[in-house]
Design a protein. Structure first.
Length: 116
């Protein structure tokens, strides 16, 4: 692993941590006023970055070492890039019929007693 690849991985982890903080930080900040204001500022900044016409600085910071490491940097937003792979997994077409059949069978096994 070259240093640029390692740096891109570190920035990826920081980016993911930031997103988790913005979404779930209220759980930590509920009873702590100083942390509450920090989370409130983070939330406002996160909303602003999402609706602003320019990219997130963490995305740019992640893409720079990726390009230096020889990895093609992605062009879409961070969340779209990484969640798209979760929502739309790359399943080979030959595997889809058995995947659908297995999924249907499992659903019937779980829901069957409730439907009758």
């Amino acid at each position: 692993m070259n240093p640029y690849d390692a740096w891109a991985t570190v920035v990826l982890v920081v980016h993911l941590t930031w997103i988790v903080w913005v979404i779930f930080g209220w759980l930590v900040a509920r009873r702590r006023s100083a942390v509450r204001w920090l989370h409130f500022g983070s939330l406002i900044y996160g909303i602003f970055v999402e609706i602003a016409p320019w990219p997130c600085p963490l995305t740019l910071l992640e893409q720079w070492p990726e390009s230096k490491a020889g990895i093609a940097p992605y062009r879409e937003p961070f969340v779209v890039h990484y969640l798209e792979a979760v929502v739309y997994p790359n399943v080979p077409e030959r595997r889809l019929p058995s995947f659908r059949r297995d999924s249907r069978r499992r659903a019937i096994e779980k829901l069957g007693p409730r439907l009758s």
